[in-house]
Design a protein around this ligand. Structure first.
Ligand SMILES: Cc1cc2nc3c(=O)[nH]c(=O)nc-3n(C[C@H](O)[C@H](O)[C@H](O)COP(=O)(O)OP(=O)(O)OC[C@H]3O[C@@H](n4cnc5c(N)ncnc54)[C@H](O)[C@@H]3O)c2cc1C
Length: 450
């Protein structure tokens, strides 16, 4: 048994873990990333490969470049179920070659002093006196015990550390199966030239992607990332089966398969707490994903940033308790979590809407591209949208029930966003705050979904 000591051990070298390693190594900490795959195979977890430009600006990270960058896009086209109506949402983003992108972040972290222990599987956390103090792992040369002041859980859906924490720690919260989208995607070289390649495409269709959507993201003139996500825990067929039933042979999809794989994505509000004694969770393991579009790369980078900042302050105090690491929660909620929770309310409503209702909203232009940009960047249903809905109600444009519900959803989104902004300052306040949160969700369920 080899025993080693670090400031921080990061479990998993995906986008969340490698970004955390980069931030921490730049601050001069002794960091080890423990990753089960070989270093040459980092980043192969299936993804739509789209990421907004603004994350790089906000975090001061170098945007994708060279072989990492496959295409620069100018926005998103959102299609109604009949595909006759489209809303264009403008906003610059990148289509990345995810493995190359993750490898570059990891190699930059290594150049700042981080250690990558690849082909090493983390088996369980080591917990002593109520603190996570390290992990047990199996590496190339046998069993390891790695010890650190704090462990960052970034093993994605495996959540190998989080699942083995005491169940009464808020950082160990288990999501409900319905709070995941089960996604499948293929990267293809298409027979046809990709139409309008500077806009990624999202198709809303509850038959093809119940409780989710299907997408076609251009990666070049003849290269696409195409896939779909369906709501988990609801008994729907597998997304791969649906893909081959409805999408694989579309004229704009037909072509040679370069890579095919699927995975679940958490699409819900933030975890109850990102931190506890000696532990932080980020990325898919910590549900830091956008509940509406399932994008998790940018937000996992934000969570990595917040945890690294909180660790630095905790290190100065030589105190790695939940209380000392707590500012990570406040940071993440301010940067993203409050918006994530607000979008979770919208997600719960949208997942229950019918194709007819989506067609109605998009065809009547009840929301514009600018509105959707505001909803997705600020999680706020602006007064402009509410006004439009109210006007439509007054003008007697059919479906008053749906329009009235939309107004209620926008009120709840605002309520939950504000509630998250009152997230407790210390762990002691969490239980009371969580019971308030449960009350809002159950009222929303009763009044809007019920
Ligand atoms: C089909 C699909 C499409 C998506 N599209 C997009 C998109 O277009 N844009 C976007 O932003 N997001 C998208 N997402 C979400 C995004 O991919 C994830 O949110 C993001 O990759 C999460 O990164 P992560 O680092 O938390 O987890 P992961 O990328 O899963 O990384 C976890 C790492 O931990 C390692 N690991 C696991 N278990 C162990 C263990 N026991 N010991 C050691 N290491 C371990 C794994 O090998 C892996 O390297 C999509 C997801 C799916 C499934």
């Amino acid at each position: 048994m080899v025993e080693e000591k670090y400031d921080v051990i990061i479990v998993g070298g995906g986008i969340a873990g490698s970004t955390a390693a980069l931030f921490l190594a730049k601050k001069g900490f002794k960091v080890a990333v423990v990753e089960r795959v070989n270093r040459n195979n980092l980043g192969w977890k299936p993804c739509g490969d789209a990421i907004g430009e603004h994350y790089f600006e906000e975090l001061g990270l170098e945007p994708p470049r060279g072989e990492e960058l496959e295409y620069i896009v100018s926005g998103i086209d959102i299609y109604s179920p009949t595909e006759k109506h489209v809303i264009r949402v403008k906003g610059k983003g990148y289509m990345v070659n995810t493995p190359a992108f993750v490898k570059r972040i990891m190699s930059t972290a290594i150049s700042h002093g981080a250690t990558l222990l690849d082909e090493t599987i983390v088996l369980a956390p080591i917990i002593e006196d109520g603190y996570v103090v390290g992990v047990k792992a199996r590496g190339k040369n046998g069993q390891l015990e790695l010890r650190a002041k704090t462990v960052i859980e970034a093993s994605g859906n495996a959540a190998v550390v989080r699942r083995k924490l005491p169940k009464d720690w808020p950082v160990a919260e288990e999501a409900d199966p319905t709070e995941f989208n089960i996604a499948y995607r293929e990267i293809r070289i298409t027979e046809q030239e990709v139409r309008d390649p500077e806009y990624i495409r999202i198709y809303i269709n509850q038959t093809i992607a119940p409780g989710g959507y299907w997408w076609l993201f251009p990666k070049g003139e003849r290269k696409i990332n195409v896939g779909l996500g369906v709501m988990g825990g609801a008994g729907y067929p597998s997304p791969k089966e649906i893909f081959y039933r409805y999408l694989a042979n579309r004229e704009d999809v037909k072509g040679e398969i370069i890579h095919a794989a699927g995975a679940p994505v958490p699409t819900r509000r933030p975890i109850n707490s990102l931190v506890w004694n000696g532990i932080a969770v980020i990325g898919d393991a910590g549900y830091t994903v956008n509940p509406i579009h399932g994008g998790g790369k940018g937000s996992s980078m934000l969570a990595a940033y917040c945890v690294a900042e909180a660790f630095e302050k905790a290190y100065e105090r030589n105190d790695f308790s939940a209380k000392s690491l707590w500012p990570a929660n406040k940071c993440y909620i301010e940067k993203y979590g409050a918006k994530q929770a607000s979008l979770d309310i919208l997600r719960l409503f949208l997942q229950r809407m019918s194709n007819d209702e989506f067609e109605f909203i998009i065809s009547k232009k009840l929301v514009s591209g600018d509105d959707l940009y505001t909803i997705s960047s600020e999680a706020r249903v602006t007064s402009r949208i509410v006004l439009r809905i109210l006007r439509a109600l007054v003008a007697g444009i059919s479906r008053p029930g749906l329009l009235a519900k939309l107004k209620k959803v926008s009120d709840y989104m605002e309520e939950i966003r504000k509630y998250y902004m009152s997230y407790p300052e210390t762990p002691e306040g969490l239980d009371g705050w969580l019971s308030g949160l449960r009350e809002i969700y159950s009222r929303f369920n009763r009044e809007v979904l019920g």
